[in-house]
Write a protein that binds this ligand. Structure first.
Ligand code: NAD
Length: 298
């Protein structure tokens, strides 16, 4: 069996076209979606991610506002900026690029972002929303994986899903989102004993560990769907995922490549969440206008 390659670039382009159309509809109500992006320090990977996000915003018509802080900035200065952004009507989403410098409290930063503008979906309220199946904004990477499965028409209900990786930003929300869609989900992590005894059970295997070549063909059931979230830079400069792509491709039914699989979807879902936020704010503004008009006419 040779797996079908899930083309994240193509699916992403189709969702971005929808994003563009949504932005055009908002323009008719004089609303331009706005995303504030905060970068603290000059980590090269983070700098590239921020640049890509800002470029993607421009492509679909989202206005971006970039805030750069040096790595030794006092956390209070960033908190103050977030509080100001929470109040701004032209900012519909606020994103703080991770990881943060060590002297920052991640939870303090994330919980300062208004839940209504938490387009990354990392606020405690959003995380709680995931548990009960009612998020304000689904976190972008797992949301992107769900969209890939939807676009390929891959059913989730009743299927065995193994998620390898249990981080707060990928593995855990991924598991919750698929559980919400009635999959039978198991999460594995670095302390899991005999990873292969779990991965071999997967109808859908989602891998987000950050370990190149972690998943080899013997660990994959014939016909499984394999989603590789990992991004690893090898010493020779190549970018690879966590899955032995060439080997596993011969056993799986579907597989995502790295690059070109989940990666483009993450940024796309960030754009989509930002537009959703602007749409919600435009709707609530329109509703309050109607209420005002109704009360002045009586
Ligand atoms: P993380 O380091 O926070 O978490 C890694 C998880 O994998 C942990 O739960 C750890 O226990 C588990 N793990 C590590 N080694 C393992 C092993 N040998 N066996 C089983 N589990 C193991 O990382 P993260 O932020 O969740 O990211 C995971 C990977 O996904 C990284 O490569 C990251 O670059 C990538 N990533 C990609 C995107 C994207 O858009 N494609 C977005 C976010 C993260």
């Amino acid at each position: 069996m040779i797996a079908k390659i899930i083309d994240g670039v193509k699916i992403s382009a189709s969702i971005r076209a929808e994003c563009k159309a949504r932005v055009e509809r908002l323009a008719r109500q004089n609303v331009v979606p706005g995303l504030a992006v905060i970068l603290i320090g000059s980590d090269p990977a983070s700098t590239v991610y921020v640049r890509n996000k800002i470029r993607a915003c421009a492509e679909v018509g989202i206005r971006s506002f970039r805030f750069d802080f040096s790595a030794d900035t006092e956390p209070d200065a960033v908190i103050e900026t977030i509080e100001e952004l929470n109040q701004r009507a032209d900012v519909h989403g606020i994103l703080v690029q991770l990881p943060l410098p060590l002297h920052f409290s991640l939870s303090r930063i994330l919980h300062t972002i208004s839940v209504d503008k938490d387009v990354d979906g990392f606020h405690l309220y959003n995380v709680g929303g995931l548990v009960v199946g009612d998020t304000v904004f689904p976190p972008c990477t797992p949301y992107g994986v769900v969209k890939l499965l939807e676009y390929e028409g891959i059913p989730v209900e009743g299927r065995n899903v193994i998620v390898v990786g249990a981080s707060n930003i990928v593995g855990k929300p991924m598991a919750l989102m698929l559980m919400q869609r009635d999959a039978t989900v198991c999460i594995c992590h670095a302390k899991t004993r005999d990873l292969a005894q779990f991965t071999i059970l997967a109808d859908i295997l989602v891998v987000a560990a950050g370990r190149p070549n972690l998943i080899i063909p013997q660990m994959v059931r014939t016909g499984a769907v394999v989603i590789d979230v990992g991004i690893n830079r090898l010493p020779d400069g190549r970018l690879v995922g966590d899955v032995d792509f060439e080997g596993v491709r011969e056993k799986a039914s579907y597989i995502t490549p790295v690059p070109g699989g989940v990666g483009p979807m993450t940024v796309t879902m960030l754009l989509s969440n930002t537009i959703t936020s602007a749409e919600r704010m435009a709707q609530s503004f329109a509703r309050s206008r109607i209420k005002d008009l109704a009360s002045t006419s009586t």
